[in-house]
Design a protein around this ligand. Structure first.
Ligand code: ADP
Ligand code: MG
Length: 374
């Protein structure tokens, strides 16, 4: 049983680590909540094929719709298990690749739980940084790493810097910085040097998410929370220099909003959420059909993710087990199936050309000096 499990994990690691291939999709189902259980909700999810990546939704009586993903987590699978499967992908940012991980699903299905987690049950964001620091330490004799983080929120098509100590008076915009690379001028890039600082930085970001809103849950279900980990690497042996980033995104709730009760600000919000999530859908369709034009610019979300989404990407599709949510669950799983079919070209290493020149010259000089000494 143990060996089987290890063999399966190894196979999955190889799939996840390949530089070329499809967008990976991992499906995670939360447990039925106490309220759901006590009010008689039934579980409609069939996990019999979970080990092979199959998941079934029992839709009234005997009708069952099945879906296939790269991984299916049952409510019993814990944070460490989930992270272990994502690990090979996230750590490729240290080798100079841009990576994007996003959690998609209806509000209340565990997107924030998977990405952020809780103090005692930390999620992908924290575990990622923890592992990046660990590997950086192991490689410190050959590679110098410089790691910094930004935390943003996109709400109503506006970018907010969640690490800023005072609200910015200027509107934050996305600017092109060199070929295929984007940044948001003026945004806080917190340099983190040690894992002990990380949880606090992440909490600061998470706590500012709610500031200024009268309903915390509603706000978080309507905004995208985006953690960007920027890595600069300098290899002191071969002179390789890269500059890459990893986006970890907790998306707004994917539920279709009731059209009837949305008015005014609510309606504008609803349209903007739909706009960025449907823009994500459009980008995904364009990638899937290998279209020559990918409409990244149609929303802040896709514009920010532009250099990473088409590089190496992983999506968590989060679902509820409850019969009450079955129709949203089916719609999320249908979207996720489309995402899984997308083939990406080979990921490109993000070479830091300016730094590379400097390091090359430095290595050349020390070679010459060594020659002179002979
Ligand atoms: P979302 O961000 O998608 O709206 P949350 O992450 O806030 O959803 O999760 C909703 C509730 O379900 C939270 O109380 C959370 O702790 C709980 N929850 C979600 N996923 C799990 C899980 N895998 N195991 C245990 N509890 C979970
Ligand atoms: Mg949430």
């Amino acid at each position: 049983k143990y060996h089987e499990e290890m063999a399966k994990r190894k196979k999955l690691h190889n799939i996840v680590q390949e530089t070329k291939g499809n967008i990976r999709v991992f499906c995670r189902c939360r447990p039925l909540s106490k309220v759901e259980t006590s009010s008689g909700c039934k579980c409609v999810v069939d996990f019999d094929g979970a080990n092979d990546g199959d998941i079934g939704i029992i839709n009234g009586g005997t009708a069952k719709k099945t879906f296939k993903f790269d991984r299916v987590y049952t409510p019993k699978d814990d944070q460490a298990e989930v992270y272990a499967d994502a690990s090979p992908l996230v750590t490729s940012v240290l080798d100079g690749y841009n990576v994007c991980i996003f959690a998609y699903g209806q509000t209340g299905t565990g997107k924030t739980f998977t990405m952020e987690g809780t103090e005692r049950n930390r999620g992908v964001n924290y575990r990622t940084l923890e592992e990046l620091f660990k590997i950086a330490e192991e490689r410190k004799d050959t590679v110098t790493y410089n790691i910094s983080v930004s935390v943003l929120e996109v709400y109503n098509e506006q970018i907010r810097d969640l690490l800023a100590t005072s609200p910015s008076s200027k509107k934050l915009e996305i600017k092109q910085a060199g070929e295929g690379s984007h940044h948001v001028p003026g945004i806080v890039e917190a340099k983190v040097e040690d894992i002990n600082e990380v949880w606090d930085v992440l909490q600061t970001g998470s706590n500012s998410r709610a500031v200024g809103s009268n309903n915390v849950n509603e706000h978080s279900s309507r905004s995208h929370c985006m953690l960007c980990i920027m890595v600069r690497a300098k290899n002191l042996i071969n002179g390789d220099c890269t500059r890459s980033k990893l986006w970890l995104v907790d998306l707004a709730g994917s539920e279709r909003l009731a059209k009837t009760d949305a008015q005014g600000d609510r309606l504008k919000e609803a349209q903007n959420i739909n706009r960025s999530l449907s823009a994500l859908g459009d980008v995904i369709s364009a990638l899937a059909s290998r279209s020559s034009h990918i409409p990244y610019r149609n929303s802040k979300l896709t514009h920010l993710l532009q250099d990473s989404l088409g590089s190496k990407a992983l999506m968590f599709v989060q679902i509820s087990p409850s019969d009450n949510d079955a129709s949203e669950t089916l719609s999320s799983l249908n979207f996720a199936s489309r995402v899984r079919g997308i083939e990406l070209g080979p990921a490109k290493k993000q070479v830091d050309t300016a730094e590379l020149q400097k390091v090359k010259q430095m290595l050349e000089r020390s070679k010459q000096e060594a020659k002179l000494k002979e």
